[in-house]
Design a protein around this ligand. Structure first.
Ligand SMILES: *Cc1c(COP(=O)(O)O)cnc(C)c1O
Length: 414
C-alpha cells in the first residue's frame, strides 16, 4: 500500500532505526563520530559503509530531514545546506566549470539573480530569459549550455515558468534541469513530474514555516543520466549513477564550501515539515481570498496571483499545481504610496521574510529589488508601487479586516 506523502513524513523517523524508540529523530550535536577500529573508521570515511565522520558533511539529525525531503519530492536523495542560497551556490559550484553556459529565468529571487552575476564573473556565461515561454529558453541554448535554472512561481510577480515545456526540452537535449520549488512546496507540486533533474528548496520558508530556522536543500529526482555529465570526478562515479551527482554536491559543494545546516535548525525544520500540508492549505485559502478582495479595491490597479482567472499563466498553474500558493503581489493607483498602505496595516508585519505562518508584506522596489537598479527592475516587471504579500495562517476574517481598515483609512484621507 502506498501511503500519502504527509503520512510518510510523519512516520519517517520511526520507520528508520531511531534511538530508544523515540518517535522523532533526536537532536545530534556531536561534531565528530568515533569508531572502535581503524578499519571501521576507514570504511566509513571512504563511503564504503554508512555512517558519519565529521559534522560538516552532515549528522544523523540532518540525515533524517534529508530522508523526509526525498520522500516529499519522490527523490533518490537530498543534501541539506545552511540556507537556500548555500544550496543553490553549492550545487552550481560543484557541478559547473569555467566556460559552461547557463540559461536561467529572468524572474528570479533577488539574491539568486545577484548570484547569477557572480557566476558570470567566475567564468560561466548566464543568459537570462523569460522562462514563461519555452521558446525563449530554446533560443538561448548553445552547444556549451550545461544547465537550465528556473523557479516554479516567481517571487514577487508570480510568473509561472513553462515548467513542462522546459522539462521536455532539457530531457531531449540531455541538459541538467534545476527547479527552485520554494514557492510551490512539495504539497502543491513535485518538479519531478515535469522532468526536473534537481529540486531546490529554501527550507527557511514554508517547509519550516515557523520563521525560526534557516536551511536549504538539493534533491536529485533520479531522472538525469549522470553518465552523460562530463564534470563528475572519477572518485564520485561509484555505485549506481543515480547517486553520482549528489555525492559531488555533498563533497565539493557542502564539505569543501562548508555551509552546513546546523542540527538545531534541521530539527526545527523537520518539525515544521510535519504540518506543511495543513499550513499550506490554510495559507493558500487565505491568499486566494485576499487576492479576490484586493481585485475589487479602487485604490489597487493590478493583483498578481496565479489563482486569479486574469493571471497570464492561470491555466498552466491550474494544470500543474494542487493549489495556487501563499504569495501574491499588487500595485496601487498613482498617488497611493506603498509605504502608506504598509504603514496602515496593523496585523500584517512589515518584513522581507516569506513563507512564514504570520502574514508579512514589503515594498518591493525599495527593498529586495533596490540594489539591482531601475532598468533590471523594469526587465523583471517590477512596478515602483508593487507590494508583495506572503500570506500566513491567521484567520481569513482577521486578515481581510486588517486590509479593510487600512484601505478604509487611505480612502478617507482622500
Ligand atoms: C528565500 C529563497 C531562496 C533563498 O533561501 P534562503 O534560505 O533565504 O537562503 C531561494 N529561492 C527562493 C525562491 C526563495 O524564496
Amino acid at each position: 500500500m502506498t501511503r500519502d506523502i504527509g503520512t510518510q513524513v510523519l512516520h519517517a523517523d520511526r520507520m528508520g532505526s531511531v534511538e530508544h524508540g523515540a518517535v522523532l529523530k533526536p537532536l545530534h550535536i556531536a561534531t565528530a563520530y568515533g569508531y572502535s577500529t581503524a578499519e571501521e573508521l576507514t570504511a566509513v570515511f571512504r563511503g564504503e559503509r554508512p555512517g558519519h565522520v565529521y559534522g560538516r558533511q552532515g549528522n544523523p539529525t540532518t540525515a533524517a530531514l534529508e530522508t523526509k525531503i526525498s520522500l516529499m519530492e519522490d527523490a533518490v536523495g537530498t543534501v541539506c545546506f545552511a540556507t537556500g542560497m548555500a544550496a543553490i551556490c553549492g550545487a552550481m559550484m560543484a557541478l559547473l566549470k569555467k566556460g559552461d553556459h547557463v540559461v536561467a529565468s529572468r524572474f528570479l529571487f533577488g539574491n539568486t539573480a545577484s548570484w547569477m552575476n557572480t557566476l558570470a564573473q567566475v567564468g560561466c556565461e548566464v543568459s537570462l530569459v523569460d522562462a514563461t515561454e519555452v521558446a525563449n529558453v530554446q533560443a538561448a541554448l548553445r552547444p556549451d549550455s550545461r544547465m537550465v535554472f528556473v523557479e516554479t512561481v516567481a517571487n514577487p510577480r508570480t510568473q509561472v515558468a513553462d515548467l513542462q515545456g522546459i522539462g521536455k526540452l532539457c530531457i531531449g537535449r540531455g541538459l541538467l534541469y534545476v527547479v527552485d520549488s520554494t514557492m510551490s512546496t512539495p504539497h502543491l507540486f513535485q518538479p519531478k513530474s515535469v522532468g526536473a533533474s534537481l529540486v531546490v528548496h529554501s527550507l527557511s520558508k514554508s517547509i519550516c514555516g515557523h520563521g525560526n530556522a534557516l536551511g536549504g536543500s538539493i534533491s536529485d529526482t533520479g531522472l538525469f543520466d549522470w553518465n552523460r555529465y562530463p564534470h563528475l570526478l572519477p572518485a564520485y562515479r561509484k555505485g549506481p549513477p543515480a547517486g553520482w551527482g549528489l555525492v559531488q554536491i555533498r563533497k565539493k559543494g557542502l564539505r569543501d564550501m562548508g555551509a552546513t545546516l546546523s542540527a538545531e535548525h534541521g530539527h526545527r525544520i523537520a518539525a515544521g515539515a510535519e504540518t506543511l500540508a495543513l499550513r499550506m492549505d490554510r495559507a493558500c485559502g487565505n491568499a486566494r481570498a485576499l487576492a479576490e478582495w484586493l481585485q475589487n479595491q479602487p485604490l489597487v490597479t493590478r493583483v498578481h496571483y496565479p489563482g486569479l482567472a486574469g493571471h497570464a499563466q492561470h491555466a498552466r498553474a491550474k494544470t500543474l499545481f494542487n493549489d495556487f500558493g501563499a504569495l501574491l503581489s499588487f500595485e496601487t493607483v498613482d498617488g497611493v504610496d506603498p509605504f502608506e498602505v504598509l504603514n496602515a496595516l496593523e496585523l500584517v508585519i512589515k518584513s522581507s521574510h516569506l513563507g512564514d505562518n504570520r502574514t508579512s508584506a514589503l515594498p518591493v522596489a525599495r527593498t529586495i529589488f533596490w540594489e539591482m537598479g531601475a532598468e533590471r527592475r523594469a526587465s523583471m516587471e517590477i512596478a515602483d508601487s508593487l507590494i508583495r504579500v506572503s500570506v500566513g495562517i491567521e484567520s481569513s476574517a482577521d486578515l481581510l479586516a486588517d486590509f479593510e481598515q487600512a484601505f478604509g483609512r487611505l480612502a478617507r484621507r482622500g
